[in-house]
Design a protein around this ligand. Structure first.
Ligand code: N2P
Length: 388
């Protein structure tokens, strides 16, 4: 049932000693539970007790950074980006200053090929053993031998609704069988305009689902296919109220009724409405036309300066309890197999977090666009967003 759950094979990473001065940190005050001998002395850290992380918004549990800082004596600077395009631009420009970034695996393939990341040193990550080999095999499709990417979280881009608002706005018209119709078919979107449609703000999120909706490959490399997707999008443009990659508050605050958003964020908004006594139900739908899978991963930029600290954080994140917290608190599963027994039943049983086999089979697999088609992708998106 809960399938989809993680998977993969690991091969040895040859690694890169970077020639930095290494200084073992004192063993943590609390006794480490049955630590392997190599880990007993604590991880090697860099002289500079700083770590710069660049991640997506709303994608980390409340205490994780503070806990890491306290235990390791490292100051974390945590910045966020709203889409893969923004991260890519930073990496290509170079000297980003970041030690860990979190690309989506499919999008990040070209970053690996472009030499933008350094290999991960698994000998510095004892908790790598917590990862699910089958899940890692999937990532190996874009990162051969799993040399660069370590899973952060995964989910799918889908349609979410405020059930009561949508039903009211549709005024008796039945819900479509394929939920994408709500946001891509003017017959529905024109009715939902009044209560508000919100789209993620990213070419590489919107175009794959739009291409798939018009019957083209989600990661097409054919400019003609983009034309078809662009024509479809142009027809619904007037019905879209907001473009945003941080829509949790907007959803919970009632600024919209139908959303092209991320599964976990829609679930977080649903929890928030419940917690604050709201009556409306926020639901991530599982469109028969498929949701778009994303697998987000930690990677170390090639010019990162605090590589040991980065490995220490990756190892910390891969602790079973931290993997479980990502699912329990953020509604995003990770590739951490050791975390599974600690995930709450209500989260495990939520079919919009841990999907059924049937819904899993419908998902649009993760992928990426080539650099060559990027200009067509961006132009199609920008024309759509500008509305002319
Ligand atoms: C959560 C961010 C999800 C990232 N707010 C999607 N790639």
């Amino acid at each position: 049932m809960k399938k989809q759950v993680l998977v993969l094979a690991i091969s040895a990473v040859l690694l890169a000693a970077c020639g930095k001065k290494e200084e073992p940190v004192a063993a943590p005050a609390a006794p480490a539970p049955a630590a392997a001998p190599a880990a007993a002395a604590g991880p090697v850290l860099d002289d500079e007790k700083v770590l710069n992380i660049y991640n997506w918004p709303d994608y980390i549990t409340e205490n994780m950074i503070a806990d890491f800082e306290k235990e390791f004596g490292i100051k974390v600077n945590y910045d966020t980006f709203e889409n893969n395009e923004a991260l890519h631009a930073k990496l290509v420009a170079g000297n980003s200053g970041y030690d860990i970034v979190v690309p989506t695996a499919g999008f990040g393939k070209k970053q690996i090929e472009g030499g933008l990341y350094q290999p991960i040193d698994r000998s510095k990550i004892p908790n790598y053993a917590n990862l699910d080999p089958e899940f890692m095999e999937k990532i190996a499709g874009v990162d051969p031998e799993n040399k660069h990417f370590v899973p952060w979280g995964w989910g799918f881009t889908t349609v979410g609704i405020n059930k009561q608002k949508v039903e009211r706005a549709l005024g008796g018209m039945p819900m479509p069988e394929n939920a994408w119709d709500l946001v891509f078919n003017p017959e529905y979107s024109s009715k939902l305009r009044s209560c508000g449609i919100i789209y993620l703000d990213s070419p590489s999120e919107i175009l794959p689902v739009a291409l798939h909706y018009v019957g083209k490959p989600a990661y097409s490399e054919n400019p003609e296919d983009f034309k078809a997707a662009g024509e479809m999008l142009a027809k619904v443009r007037k019905d879209i109220r907001l473009f945003s990659s941080t829509m949790i508050d907007d959803i919970a605050g009632g600024k919209g009724c139908a959303f092209v958003g991320w599964s976990g964020d829609i679930n977080i908004a649903a929890d928030r409405v419940k917690e604050t006594g709201g009556k409306d139900e926020i639901v991530p739908l599982l469109p028969t036309g498929g949701g778009l899978v994303f697998i987000d991963t930690m990677a170390i930029p090639k010019d990162a300066k605090r590589v040991n600290n980065a490995h220490a954080f990756i190892d910390f994140f891969l602790r079973a309890e931290n993997g479980a917290a990502m699912a329990n608190e953020m509604n995003y599963p990770t590739g951490n197999k050791a975390a599974l027994p600690m995930i709450k039943d209500e989260v495990k049983d939520n079919k919009t977090i841990f999907l059924s086999d049937e819904d899993t089979a419908r998902l649009i697999p993760t992928g990426g666009f080539s650099t060559e088609i990027s200009s067509v992708l961006n132009a199609t998106y920008n024309t759509f967003k500008r509305g002319r």
